[in-house]
Design a binder for this molecule. Structure first.
Ligand SMILES: Cc1cc2nc3c(=O)[nH]c(=O)nc-3n(C[C@H](O)[C@H](O)[C@H](O)COP(=O)(O)OP(=O)(O)OC[C@H]3O[C@@H](n4cnc5c(N)ncnc54)[C@H](O)[C@@H]3O)c2cc1C
Length: 541
């Protein structure tokens, strides 16, 4: 019933898709969630957002009641992808991917206003066309993902500013009543460029833009982001720690780098042997397996690929002379502690690349592969989007082998993936107990324990644990969910609190607590009929 009504309010630029085959891709969920979505409203003009919101309010409480759930590119893989939290009313996705214009860019300051459908690749191509050396705020999710949506999800990236929402200076869009929202500064500014709004994050009065992130209080139609430059001194660094007991030393090195030269380095990743092995080699148990690698298998891969117990990857940004001094400081800190340290602009690496390029294809397979992965890793740290991290989602995929020359899409390709992404107290003892908990729990559920710590600064670290499984194996699916639940529960007792949740976890938040009840009071005031993204971060529960 609601279908005809929705169609009646759309302009010719937008379209409602309801045919089962045509919305199939939106139902695909690597998390194993089930979608009840009835249709997808593909928005071609932002004024249609207002029309749909107003209609949803008008229909509220009637037989035609429906709710809408906005997505930008819908690639929230591992957290829900395009699947909304459940609701008993008819659910429609509001697909904003066709709103993909870059509305503003200032070459001098790096301020850039994007619509929801601007992907990492679209922004990269745009910056390239403008011969600009500003970087795309890339993530491991790759070129097809929305820059704006990742910031709204408060996602993290690899380049500075790693915390993507901190780089957002302005948000505009439609409230759940259909009213257009912009900040107090934008309201007062009578110029068309509205530079005051674009450049000043905090506006007046209570800070409101934040309530539109990890929430469903606004359909965001544009956001301004301040982009950063890599600087001509850019270099990434790799440290290897080969001893089994070297975690504490590795983390001490990371901390000391932040302490001494923190302003000139981006976030630093600290990865264990199994995580790096999954990046460098195929699953020795075969893709559809539901068993973890034996220690012998890990040893074999790490011997072949020279993978240490712990790998630190980081980046130095800034002007040449500054970067030179930072590089010297990092060398000093790592001396006698890291088994190996190399920088991407070292002559040895440049020489290695040349040799492997010139050598016949049949020779130097291992170094060729290592250097190719290294180069892709380096590119992403320079703000060049690529698919280097995506094959991880295919580690146990029995149906599809990732081919990076094609566009990868873990949802479309039938991968199984859930993320466990807790904040970890930055104390070696806490981190060691986290490592032990992850290894023990994952093993219990036949999930490969792959550990990455992303260190943002001296005081904030999160860990991303990919729970990768074969989605076509019911037992594996069950185990994956149980593994996540167990990690979640045990983790909370030890002080490991996830910074981001999947749609099922969002539904189970304790709304009797002051935080979520306050958040829901705000949501209710803005959306009395609860028509926009109900259930998102416990909205309306
Ligand atoms: C291998 C791999 C690596 C990954 N690496 C990273 C990483 O490094 N960092 C990271 O953060 N994530 C990472 N991810 C997780 C995820 O894929 C990304 O965060 C991705 O950017 C989210 O999808 P999206 O950009 O398409 O957002 P969408 O799915 O479009 O949006 C996410 C949510 O935000 C809300 N939303 C979106 N647009 C709007 C709007 N316009 N108005 C109001 N609300 C809106 C909706 O609730 C939506 O469900 C990774 C995933 C994989 C598989």
């Amino acid at each position: 019933m609601s279908t005809a009504l929705i169609e009646s309010v759309l302009s010719s630029k937008s379209v409602l898709i309801t045919h089962t085959d045509d919305i199939l891709t939106y139902h695909q969920s690597p998390e194993g969630f089930t979608s009840q979505v009835k249709g997808v409203i593909k928005i071609g003009d932002s004024s249609d957002v207002k029309a749909v919101i107003e209609l949803a309010n008008k229909c509220s409480g009637s037989n035609e009641a429906f709710v809408i759930y906005p997505i930008s590119t819908g690639n929230n893989w591992g957290y829900g992808s395009s699947v909304p939290p459940s609701d008993e009313r008819d659910q429609y996705l509001l697909d904003l991917s066709q709103l993909n214009k870059i509305l503003y860019f200032n070459e001098k300051t790096g301020l850039c206003t994007v619509q929801p459908g601007v992907t990492q690749k679209i922004l990269y191509d745009f910056l390239n066309e403008h011969a600009s050396d500003y970087m795309v705020p890339v993530t491991g999710a790759g070129p097809t993902c929305s820059v704006l949506a990742n910031a709204l999800e408060r996602g993290y990236g690899i380049t500075p500013v790693a915390d993507h929402f901190s780089a957002v200076t302005s948000i505009k869009g439609f409230l759940p009543t259909g009213e257009y929202y912009q900040s107090s500064v934008a309201d007062m500014d009578m110029t068309s460029e509205q530079l005051a709004d674009k450049s000043f994050k905090w506006k007046h009065g209570p800070y409101l833009d934040g309530i539109f992130t990890q929430s469903a209080n606004l359909v965001v139609t544009e956001a301004t982001i301040s982009l950063e430059k890599a600087g001509d001194g850019f270099t990434s660094f790799y440290m290897q720690f080969f001893y089994q007991s070297s975690f504490t030393t590795a983390y001490e090195v990371v901390s000391e780098i932040f302490d001494k030269v923190g302003r000139n380095v981006g976030s630093m990743n600290l990865m264990d042997k199994r995580r790096v092995s999954a990046m460098m080699a195929d699953n020795p148990n075969g893709p559809g397996s539901h068993q973890i690698m034996t220690d012998q298998q890990v040893e074999k891969i790490s011997k072949q690929q020279e993978i240490p117990e712990w790998t630190v990857i980081g980046t130095v940004y800034g002007a040449k002379n500054v970067a030179k001094a930072v590089k010297a400081e990092i060398k000093k800190i790592a001396k006698n502690r890291a088994s190996r340290l190399f920088f991407s602009n070292d002559l040895l690496i440049e020489f290695g690349k040349l040799v492997t390029k010139l050598a016949p294809k049949s020779l130097l397979q291992a170094p060729r592969h290592q250097l190719a992965t290294l180069e892709e890793g380096m590119a992403i740290m320079k703000g060049i989007p690529n698919q280097v991290a995506l094959p991880l989602a295919y580690w146990r995929n029995s149906a599809t082998t990732p081919n990076k020359t094609n566009q990868l899409n873990p949802a479309r390709d039938g991968c199984g993936l859930l993320w466990y992404a807790p904040l970890i107290p930055t104390k070696p003892a806490s981190m060691l107990s986290f490592i032990a908990m992850v290894r023990e729990t994952c093993q219990q559920f036949n999930i490969e324990p792959m550990i990455t710590f992303t260190n943002f600064n001296l005081y904030c670290t999160d860990s991303t644990i990919p729970i990768v499984f074969d989605i076509n194996n019911e037992k594996a699916k069950e185990d994956a969910k149980a593994c996540l639940a167990s990690l979640y529960e045990q983790g909370l007792k030890l002080g490991f609190v996830p910074y981001r949740l999947n749609i099922e976890q969002q539904e189970n938040l304790d709304t009797s607590k002051a935080f979520w009840s306050t958040s829901n009071k705000i949501a209710h005031a803005l959306d009395p009929n609860n028509i926009l993204g109900p259930g998102r971060y416990a909205k309306g529960r």
